[in-house]
Design a protein around this ligand. Structure first.
Ligand code: PEP
Length: 250
């Protein structure tokens, strides 16, 4: 049976001082979170510090991206084995900011997904449509295409050790959350698409929702049958708000 997973994506925010304060707050309240796994994804340079701060807790660690190659002349990139060496369990791949601001294609995202798995990291594969794509009624086509890139490269078996995060781009950082029904519809589509290839893998797959989740709307979103927690941006930078979301998932 799949569980619930809440992961905080800190993006390019924080300082040594602020992440220590944030982690203090999360650690103080984490005991009140039951029935949901919790992860944080700091900027890469802070991963060793956060790894130290979460020692002895159940909080998990993830990278915000991972190189598609294992090592070599790839300036500015971070490999899966480096993330693993510093205690990461997860790597986000295909976040919409990477796709839109840095031109990461479906094919490159699929290769990053594969690199994470080669090293035993669990990729958190972000998929989601732009506002104009939703308005054109092609949400399923877009999300289907993003999933197909990974299915074609890695096959359905890869989804046994992966997480999918449905993040409608128009809801990320905008304060506009998808309604629970809108989100559930796409989550159900994702699960059904994968179930058509392998029902067991699809049933066990964690599908997170991401896009302006906060303490006040998390419970309703997470109560939908195919929403298994969240990938949280802005609200993961405030310990109380993040903990409220984690509690709602539990
Ligand atoms: C994200 O960046 O993955 C995200 C969901 O951001 P926010 O929660 O701020 O919308």
């Amino acid at each position: 049976m799949r569980g619930k997973l809440v992961a905080g994506n800190w993006k390019m925010n924080g300082s040594l001082e602020s992440i220590r304060g944030l982690m203090d707050g999360i650690k103080q309240g984490i005991g009140s979170v039951q029935g949901a796994a919790v992860a944080v994804c700091p900027p890469a340079i802070y991963i060793p510090e956060v790894a130290r701060l979460i020692e002895g807790t159940d909080i998990r660690l993830g990278g915000q991206n991972v190189c598609d190659e294992d090592e070599g002349a790839y300036t500015g990139e971070i490999s899966a084995s480096m993330l693993k060496e510093f205690g990461c369990a997860y790597a986000i791949v295909g976040h919409s900011e990477r796709r839109s601001l840095y031109g990461e294609s479906d094919a490159l995202v699929a290769k990053r997904f594969a690199a994470a798995r080669r090293c035993g990291l669990i990729p958190i594969l972000c998929v989601g449509e732009l506002l104009e794509e939703r308005e054109q009624g092609i949400t399923e086509q877009v999300v289907g295409r993003q999933l197909d890139a990974v299915l074609e490269l890695e096959g359905i078996a890869a989804f046994a050790d992966a997480v999918v995060a449905y993040e409608p781009v128009w809801a990320i950082g905008t304060g506009k959350t998808a309604t629970p029904e809108q989100a559930q519809d796409v989550h159900a589509f994702i699960r059904a698409k994968l179930a058509a290839v392998d029902r067991g893998i699809a049933e066990n797959l964690i599908i997170q929702y991401g896009g302006s989740v906060k303490g006040a709307n998390a419970a309703e979103l997470f109560s939908q049958p195919d929403i298994d927690g969240g990938l949280i941006g802005g609200a993961s930078l405030k310990a109380d708000e993040f903990l409220a979301i984690c509690q709602a998932a539990g």
